[in-house]
Write a protein that binds this ligand. Structure first.
Ligand code: KG4
Ligand code: ZN
Length: 339
């Protein structure tokens, strides 16, 4: 059981990925075919194109993952696939591939929640001390989870509107920085003044103090940009990028510290594509350290979408005997707690 080999398959958005992981933590192979260059031309992910590309690539990517791991389908203990959330047409390619392989080999199949897969990326590189709080920040999610143990997640709060990564992507587009927005804003912000603009950060959440909201911040940034353009002034792209990034990071740091304090956890995990952001890593680590807590995060390559994290999360289902049937269907709005 400990060294069980799991093939993970991930096609929820614009990365076609397959990976082999042993015992839920040792990465044997991790293959990612990114479609970013194709979608960049359109300024964002085009769902129909993503599905077609996944179809073209998935068999090659799976084959490469097995080869790089030095194993065959016969060596696998189980197949793990992202069931959702994500783009339905994209998810279907992964789900149908995993089902076909499970049927052909007679191996068990497990369904993985993409958000919990992001969390599990941490288990590939850290010995996590539980209980812990995890901030999952990606293009589709901004959530705080309480983790009593590995594979046991409770949703504490999420965003009322946009995800943090989505806000990065939208603001990058407004600033003409291209797609994906997060890395572009981070790069532009290096040359900018984070105090040039005071964008709104306050969101009390009223009944739910941990809840996030980024729509007010997003509108404020867009209005500022439009005002500058209307006045015929030169847009200070780096300053807007730096001030926006600072505001997002401040919001994420404040709520995450609040969650760790209220749950009394020593360990905090960071996960998801936005976890690649250096300012977020540094500021959150410093704020938590000041309270005697420690922050763990995966290396950059395991923050954004990959299949090693899917295999790692799949291992949690596998060891509990939580298998999926061959009637498994993609679920674009898969609830965080159904796993
Ligand atoms: O986890 P991910 O690869 O896909 C989803 O599940 O959504 O996250 C992608 C998101 C995008 O919105 C991208 O702009 C953001 O993560 N991102 C970043 C950085 N790198 C990726 N955001 C801020 N700073 C970064 N360095
Ligand atoms: Zn993701």
């Amino acid at each position: 059981m400990k060294e069980a080999l799991i093939l993970g398959i991930e096609t929820s958005c614009d990365e076609t990925a397959a990976a082999v992981v042993a015992g839920g933590r040792q990465v044997k192979s991790n293959i990612i075919a990114s479609q970013v260059d194709i979608h960049r031309k359109f300024g964002g992910v085009v769902p129909e194109i993503a599905s077609r590309k996944h179809l073209e690539l998935i068999n090659l990517v799976v084959e490469e993952a097995l080869q790089a791991a030095g194993c065959t389908l016969a060596d696998l203990a189980c197949l793990a696939v992202t069931q959702g959330p994500g783009l339905v047409g994209a998810l279907l390619v992964g789900v149908n591939t995993a089902k076909t392989l499970a049927y052909a080999t007679g191996k068990p199949l497990v369904a993985v929640n993409h958000v919990l897969a992001h969390v599990a990326a941490n288990y590939l590189v850290h010995d996590v001390e539980f209980p812990a709080v995890c901030l999952v920040v990606s293009g589709g999610h901004t959530s705080l989870l309480y983790l009593a143990a590995r594979g046991e997640a409770e949703l504490l709060a999420s965003t009322r509107d946009d995800a943090a990564g989505e806000a990065f992507d939208k603001i990058a587009r407004v600033l003409g920085l291209g797609y994906p927005g997060g890395p572009a804003i981070e790069l532009a912000a290096r040359e900018g003044d984070a105090h040039a603009f005071a964008f709104p950060k306050a969101f009390s959440g009223q009944d739910d103090v941990l809840a996030f909201s980024f729509s007010g911040l997003k509108s404020a940034v867009i209005n500022t940009v439009h005002n500058i353009i209307q006045k015929g002034q030169k847009l200070p792209v780096a300053d807007v990028a730096a001030s926006f990034q600072q505001a997002v990071v401040d919001i994420l740091v404040e709520k995450t510290c609040l969650a760790a304090r209220s749950k009394g956890t020593k360990t905090v995990l960071l996960a998801g594509g936005v976890a690649a952001n250096l300012l977020l890593r540094e500021r959150l680590a410093a704020a938590l350290a000041a309270e005697g807590r420690s922050l763990l995060f995966p290396p950059l390559s395991l923050c954004t979408d990959n299949a090693a994290m899917v295999a790692a999360a799949g291992w949690d289902n596998y060891r509990r005997g939580q298998f999926a049937g061959l009637d498994l269907n993609a679920d674009p709005a898969l609830d965080m707690m159904r796993h």
